[in-house]
Design a protein around this ligand. Structure first.
Ligand code: MRU
Length: 322
């Protein structure tokens, strides 16, 4: 059994509220596209594929409740800017909108089912890159919670573990929202996969000490040349990996590829609320009015990526996904 962030039931979208994990397991019952857009924006659901699936169900709710569909679509598109899966899923829904609720729901369910299948294939392809006994570094949460199930980068880890490879995971805390500490640690515990969590800044000395055999991360958008946007801090891991001769892999389904963008400079990067940095659990920890720069993502240049794993296989540089 795998964790499941989203479930369509009784004409509503049931969403595991990821903001509460690991302390509480609470579900939101969403009945409008505005509810879903707010849940994406506030990160009750997060992770590129899960955001796309949620938005598709958001449109099913919009059709079911006779909302203004162009407004629903626009609001969902405005919820988060970087993960292209959001726009990819909404484009797919646009293609069936004229056919009514049953068709839209069917398409949303197909998007979810296809994502799970893609994740499992990524796991199999990625597993070929994982040596027996590998010590693997990862960042953010790219597991079942971030997808329809199984996961991308964490899906590779899960598949390698299931194959009996005796792996050990080091999970970056992932500043400032701590998806690694809260969600990846939760999933690895749930799956009984041996791991430890670290503050992001520990990665350098671990690599220097020879304690990391490979890095694997997810992506929110991959440009035609392989430049890959992912959670802030991923780029520094890639630079560190290059310096220390450690393979650095990106894992993502083709719904995360954006062939319309020639390179990563064109990927819109979300800038988030300064309070993610200046507050801890709602309590201010920085001097009042501290100026803050808080991007949610960075871009790793394709030339720093040893290989990109999708459901279609393992791709090596120079990348050309146009
Ligand atoms: O801000 P988040 O938690 O949505 O960021 C998630 C990531 O950066 C993931 O690595 C990416 O979306 C891939 S999830 C399979």
């Amino acid at each position: 059994m795998s964790l499941r962030p989203l479930k369509w039931e009784n004409d509503a979208l049931t969403m595991l509220d990821q903001r509460q994990i690991p302390l509480r397991t609470e579900y939101l019952h969403l009945t409008s596209s505005a509810d879903v857009a707010a849940a994406i924006r506030d990160m009750a659901v997060r992770g590129a594929p899960a955001i796309g699936i949620a938005a598709a169900y958001g449109m099913a709710l919009a059709v079911l409740h006779h909302e203004e569909l162009h407004i629903a679509d626009k609001r969902l598109r405005a919820s988060r800017p970087t993960a292209v899966n959001l726009f990819w899923a909404l484009d797919r829904i646009q293609g069936v909108l004229k056919d009514g609720f049953a068709a839209v729901l069917r398409e949303a369910q197909a998007i979810e089912a296809e994502d799970l299948a893609m994740n499992l294939a990524i796991g199999e392809h990625g597993n070929t890159l994982v040596p027996q006994g590998a010590r693997i570094l990862t960042i953010c949460n790219t597991g079942a919670l971030a997808t329809a199930g199984h996961g991308t980068a964490l899906g590779i880890i899960r598949t390698a573990h299931a194959a009996g490879k005796d792996i050990f995971v080091t999970s970056c805390e992932t500043r400032p929202r701590q998806q690694g500490l809260r969600l990846t640690a939760y999933e690895l515990t749930f799956e009984n996969i041996p791991f430890r969590s670290i503050a992001d800044s520990v990665a350098a000395s671990l690599m220097r000490a020879g304690e990391i055999d490979l890095v694997v991360a997810g992506a929110d958008r991959i440009a035609a040349n392989g430049d890959s946007a992912n959670k802030i801090g991923t780029y520094s891991l890639a630079v560190l990996a290059k310096h220390h001769g450690v393979p650095f892999y990106i894992a993502a389904p083709t719904s995360t590829f954006d062939p319309t963008l020639a390179n990563g400079d064109l990927i819109p990067i979300e800038e988030r609320d300064p309070r993610e940095l200046t507050e801890s659990e709602g309590v201010r920890i920085a001097p009042e009015n501290t100026p803050v720069y808080n991007p949610g993502f960075d871009v790793t240049p394709g030339e720093l990526i040893t290989a990109i794993v999708s459901e279609k296989g393992v791709f090596y540089p120079p990348y050309n996904f146009a």
